[in-house]
Design a protein. Sequence first.
Length: 843
Amino acid sequence: MSKCLKQALKGLLVVCLTGSMCYSPAYAQQPDNANDPLLKIYRATATRVNDLSHTKLDVRFDYAKRYLYGKAWLTLKPHFYATDSLTLDAKGMDIKTVALVKGGKNVALKYTYDSTQLHIQLDKVYSRTESYTVYIDYVARPEEIAATGSAAITDAKGLYFINPDGTDKNKPIQIWTQGETESNSVWFPTIDKTAQKCTEEISMTVDKKYVTLSNGKLVNQKNNPDGTRTDTWKMDLPHSPYLFMMAVGDFAIVKEQWRGREVSYYVEKAYEPYAKAIFGNTPEMLTFYSDILGYEYAWPKYSQIVVRDYVSGAMENTTATLHGDFVQKTDRELLDNNNYNESVIAHELFHHWFGDLVTAESWSNLTLNESFADYSEYLWLEHKYGKDEADAHSLEAGESYKQFAQYAGDRDLVRFHYHDKEDMFDAISYQKGGRILHMLRNVVGDSAFFKSLNLYLKTNAFKPAEAHQLRLAFEEVTGEDLNWFFNQWYFGDGFPKLDVSYNYNDAAKTVTVNINQTQESGKIFQLPIAIDVYAGGKKVRHLVTITDKTSSFTFPYTSKPDLVNVDADKVLLADINDQRDLNTYIFQFSNAPTYLDRREALEACLKEQANPAARKVVIAALKDKFYGIRSLAIKGLSLSNDDVKSAALPILQQLAKDDKNALVRAAALKQLGSLKDAQYSSLFEAATKDQSYAAAGAALTGLASLDVDKAYNLAKQMEASSRGALRNAIASVYARKGNEDDVAFFAKTFDEASGQEKVEDAIQYITILANVDNADIVIKGIGQIKDMTKAFNNKMVTNYMVNMLQPVAKRKLDKATIAPADKKADLMKQYDYIKKVITELKD
Ligand SMILES: [Zn+2]
């Protein structure tokens, strides 16, 4: 699964509100409480008594009742020891029949059912060479499940009816499923464990106006006399029950081919023209991943579907990945997306090797799925957009992990004690795991890394695995013992904090690098790293291994080094305190190669913009080859310094007009806007036509600071086609004007928005409501915000909205205090209502 809601929301909220944090204390998973009895339980891998070999389902749906009427034929055999009983997971079902299929007939079997598990007494003792098929007639009732959710999955109904009565005119009618972690057993009886793998066949009977999607190939479609159609999907390769999926609805299907196999995108019809802009790199990803792994994509097709109200980010159901509707974007919106969508698409696809082909044996080993999917984002960005892009993504992921560890406490990557299996879907399994794989790649080298992954896949294909199997593959390929690496990073927690200092001996012409490990845990890390010594126009690389609390390495030189670059490949997951002087950073910016080298040097120079040499670096960074460095330089400019201003302004204007990256144009326009200088008025006006909403929005904001009436008139013209950052900018222009009539547009767009887009629209809506004095309009609007927040039912969203509403309440109160008597009552009414809503949401 990709990008828990928290992470998906982060992508969105960062766009709306600069500086917002994903893992602030209010939102983070709580630190483990040592006295928690659940943490004392050793989470053993479930015993395999029986193994599923085939699942055949025949289902139809009752939209009014939110029921699924199912028939299941499960073929199994004992795993090793003979047995006369079978236990199946079947959550909240109404069980009609349990029988053994024998000689073409159903022979009733004795069973007990406790609403979560079905205990079946077989007709005899079966040995491991004897397979048998049980038949179960059942009704699945997902709405009647008392589901408990968590960070990654906000609830666990397994089967979701979206707008089943069609009462919401802005929402399509859909059905879709979500299995991970153990929720598919809500809609079909199974052994809902990752270590089970079986082939699958699903027949879905649906209204013929709908299309269906499931795993594998669509092998048959049959029109029925009653106006329904039965679609049969077949998956001939074994995979785990949590990866089974179904979706039903009114989707446009856009098809491509890859090596003779169907690659398809199921989107809402309005997004059909954009399907290839969103998903079009999928065939290239299939080629790229198949090639670097030396293991061709194993499955018969690859479909991706976008659904409404999805409870997480996206899910790698085998051959039928399901995405939340945040990926549905127009080509204009994609300009500002910063490859966020594409990272999600890459993540889910890579699961088709790591997760779907080789599957984590239990949730304790979840990182075998998620660290690889996380790291696949790096691999794809590196391949497609260059190492700088990948390194920037990696830095952000590492920071997410460190913030998580700070607030929620660190844990082992592989851990057999956890409060709830859903807690495994955290920044440790994902982002920390991804960074650990990046270090492993650096330790063994690219060639050995991909060869080891190939061996791991070949050895464990269509089977479950645990972290030791990964270690064994790496050890076989490299011929080296890697227990030290796995014990340190997989079966241990924490990350190193390093203090780096240098001693130069001019007489002996040597430099000594001192590295102290200062992490409070006292755990000492073994860290192989490269140290590059730059001197006399040359770079010499030294490979060393840090093994002690204090390590020192001495290198000779002929002329005094300009830079000693510790962890020169910038791969360590560590906090490194390496105080270099400004001259070293200035040298580093133009001589050390990686994004992190340049970023670190630029950050140092941004603090010293009065210094001519540092300023030169800042100005050079405005023209850096990577947009992330250009953006950072733009945002950090001290335009109050006249020297900076005169050097930067001509470049900023150029960047604002024609930088090829939308986010750079937007950042340049924002900086120019901060000057409130009338000479840029026509530049801003022209840039409001920028295809990028971020750039157009920054331009409109800049214009509004010079001429609010002109900006208002432009906003009125652009209103209908606006989205994202442009809509935010329009909202603030309207907020400044404070016209009640302008609220209608935001009330309407808020109504029509769905999913995470609704949260973004809420922020704009609240901005306007804060500035409007009409009590009826404000109370109606705040009521809509309240209903949305309640429907979302997510702690992070609720906290966010409460934090947005509090200053609005205060503003109304402040206004009331100084208002004339006739308006006071009206404002107090708003204040009281907002306070009431805040209290209600907090509960
Ligand atoms: Zn994932």
